[in-house]
Design a protein around this ligand. Structure first.
Ligand code: IVH
Length: 680
């Protein structure tokens, strides 16, 4: 009997962890069926990092910890593709697709139905990944199809790309081709962050993916939410692949690659057309951008018979969807005034058909946005309308700027009430200072007050509110309750019957709830759920109106910003009078029984949260503790009563132990919260 000599003296746990992590990657990306939570996975990675730090010589390039390159490159090397990376012919109608099928049948001299593999056309960047003996050795862009750029360092950072293939039976040399893209959610989050930091935004997820791959420093690429779906193979040596394209995709999945889930085989071209329309209806709901459907003759034997023409295969075609970006001209910019006085620039555009609808307006958000875009009136701009997202101007085509392009001037005075427009330092928004003097703000405040989730006054629609304000019949909220049948009946598109209905609705909705009333006041940043939290915490309107900012922040989900707006609202006499007038008019609600702060169970105790919490988020844990009357501090001191420590707790835990403070884990915290009736 022979035993294999030990390969090295490293703890076997290292290779075991790598195997486990690879297995979980495979479950997560290829199968979309994870067996462990993200936290479990993170713990395995953490442990592996720890052991590799202890045994640096054990580190192999295919270890899951080795995704990010240590040193930035000075330039990308050129890669010559062994087999050119082709592009696809396009189809724009069902007829185009039928003609494509006809060409194939003609060329194959058959009347038999052709089976097609149907896939979404992902809107990203084409890449080639070269594996030798299952190890990723090179990643490259498509480039001009013949020469690409070596982006190995960067593709290695993308978690859905296996550094080492899973399973077995793969060819010794396998070039996997596919698309790297940025899912919509990741793109939006990335742009939100950039917007908040005043940085340049990415125009669309495709540009964001391209820009992320073009980084010489792979640490930047690693921080970007990229994914890669494999959709075909290129160079293959030392092995065989299945006979159909759909089975090749299955094999790729088995080897650990992410393949798109929206795939099917169609027995004939009619079924392929149906697939196109079916996915088209769901396009907006998908987590990533697609710009069409790709149909491929499923039999690889037939693919070979059909061959290529110039730079595209005869056996595949891309049937495109309506473009989500189009160019048009910015005709003018107008300024709208919202409920809180925010002056928002709105672009008036030459109407353009984009993303399936005709667009003639787009919001420009604020002055920063206009500066960022470098926009002038008369410019040709690119409009993007993806799904039901409001249309955006994403780019100025500077080369097409006319000589008479005009700067966009922000008004110094409100276009509605002529009050000065104020811009607060650090705030991107310009605001009309007119408050409820401003008819625009009054209209919006009244619309909000009457809206469904607020007082729910049925029949009091936007148009009617605008007339009532324009005629001076409603100057403040309480004036609604003094309206007469005659006044209402005299409005446009109204009669006595509708007037009676509205009067009845106003009467019936006078009895409301504290939460709805708070929400109806339209205090900045106080949405429906925050209003509900205020109501439940304070129990009465007086308690809320009298609370200082510190007390306000004890309410779940309320931070310094909301607390500031609420305190500011009640500090203004006009607002207090407006509330008093509403109550005089008969608006009422029942108070809610709540304990006074002194009676709260954790009153007087200070908690510090440290380390990772797995069940609760930090914010939730804090909100629960505050709601029970505790204080939550950021650092440990002798004044701390309890430290809640999750995994990875560092110096704060050490300090707590040094001070001999009481320490509990997350389970202990959850038990405590439940004991006091919190639902966690
Ligand atoms: S197959 C020989 N399949 O579309 C076939 N391409 O012009 C070559 N693309 O830049 C491509 N999704 O990156 C194929 N499921 C898919 C695709 C896809 C997106 C991209 C590809 C290329 C372009 C084709």
């Amino acid at each position: 009997m022979s035993t294999l000599p030990p390969v090295n003296n490293f703890p076997p746990e290292i290779e075991q962890l790598r195997e486990q992590i690879r297995h979980h990657n495979y479950r997560y990306y290829a199968l979309d069926d994870p067996q462990v939570t993200d936290a479990d996975y993170d713990r395995l990675m953490q442990r592996l990092h720890q052991l590799e730090a202890q045994y640096p010589a054990s580190v192999t390039p295919d270890s899951p910890t080795q995704r990010v390159g240590a040193t930035p490159l000075s330039a990308f090397k050129t890669v010559v593709h062994e087999l050119p990376m082709l592009s696809l012919d396009n189809a724009f109608s069902d007829e185009d697709l039928l003609a494509f099928n006809q060409r194939i049948q003609d060329r194959l001299k058959t009347k038999d139905k052709i089976e097609y593999a149907c896939e979404v056309k992902l809107d990203g960047i084409a890449v080639s990944l070269l594996y030798r003996d299952g190890l990723l050795v090179r990643g490259a862009t498509r480039g001009d199809g013949t020469n690409g750029e070596d982006i190995t360092q960067n593709v290695r950072t993308i978690k859905s790309i296996p550094l080492r293939m899973a399973g077995s039976g793969y060819p010794a040399v396998l070039e996997v081709r596919g698309e790297i893209y940025m899912p919509k959610a990741g793109f939006n989050a990335l742009n939100e962050k950039a917007r908040a930091a005043g940085e340049k935004l990415f125009v669309n997820p495709r540009n964001a993916a391209a820009g992320s791959l073009r980084q010489l420093d792979s640490r930047i690429t690693a921080s970007r939410p990229l994914e890669m779906c494999a959709y075909t193979v290129g160079w293959v040596d030392g092995g065989e692949l299945p006979a159909t394209h759909s089975d090749v995709l299955k094999a790729l999945r088995g080897w650990g690659f992410l393949t798109n889930r929206e795939t099917d085989t169609a027995p004939d071209i009619q079924a392929a057309i149906a697939f196109y329309h079916r996915i088209g209806e769901r396009r907006d709901a998908l987590a990533y951008d697609i710009d069409g459907i790709v149909f491929k003759v499923n039999s690889r034997l037939l693919q070979d018979k059909l061959g290529f023409i110039s730079r595209a295969p005869r056996w595949a075609i891309a049937y495109k969807f309506a473009a989500q970006e189009e160019s048009t001209v910015l005709l003018d910019v107008e300024f709208q005034v919202g409920r809180t006085g925010a002056v928002t620039p709105v672009a008036r555009l030459q109407p353009v058909f984009v993303g399936g609808v005709t667009v003639s307006n787009a919001t420009l958000h604020n002055r920063d946005e206009i500066n960022r875009l470098g926009l002038k009136i008369g410019d040709t701009v690119i409009i993007r309308r993806a799904g039901d997202v409001i249309p955006q101007i994403v780019q100025v085509v500077e080369t097409r700027r006319p000589a008479d392009a005009r700067d966009i001037l922000f008004p110094a005075h409100c276009p509605i009430c002529n009050s000065p427009v104020e811009t607060i330092a650090d705030e991107a928004v310009a605001r009309c200072s007119g408050g409820l003097v401003c008819a625009a703000q009054r209209k919006e405040a009244i619309k909000h007050f009457a809206s469904r989730k607020a007082m729910n006054v049925e029949g009091l629609g936007d148009k009617l509110v605008e007339q009532l304000v324009d005629l001076g019949l409603v100057k403040k909220l309480a004036d609604l309750y003094a309206l007469t049948r005659e006044q209402l009946a005299a409005m446009e598109r109204m009669g006595e019957k509708s007037a009676d209905n509205i009067l009845a609705a106003l009467q019936n909705t006078k009895k409301t709830t504290l939460a709805k009333f708070i929400y109806a006041l339209g205090i900045r940043e106080v949405g429906e759920s925050t209003a509900r939290n205020f109501a439940n915490y304070f129990g009465s309107f007086e308690a809320l109106a009298g609370a200082d900012q510190e007390t306000l922040q004890r309410v779940p989900d309320v931070g310094p910003v909301v607390a500031h707006f609420v305190a500011e609202f009640f500090a203004q006499e006009s607002n207090r009078l407006a509330v008093a007038a509403l109550r005089d008019a008969g608006v009422h609600w029942d108070n809610i029984d709540v304990a006074s702060p002194e009676e709260l169970p954790l009153n007087g105790l200070t908690y510090v949260l440290t380390g990772t919490l797995e069940t609760l988020s930090r914010d939730d844990a804090k909100a629960h503790l505050l709601a029970l009357g505790a204080k939550v501090a950021g650092s440990v001191s002798a004044k701390t009563d309890y430290v809640v420590a999750g995994p990875g707790a560092g110096s704060k835990l050490a300090k707590a132990e040094e001070l001999g403070l009481k320490v509990m884990d997350e389970a202990g915290l959850i038990e405590l919260l439940r004991e006091h009736g919190r639902q966690v």
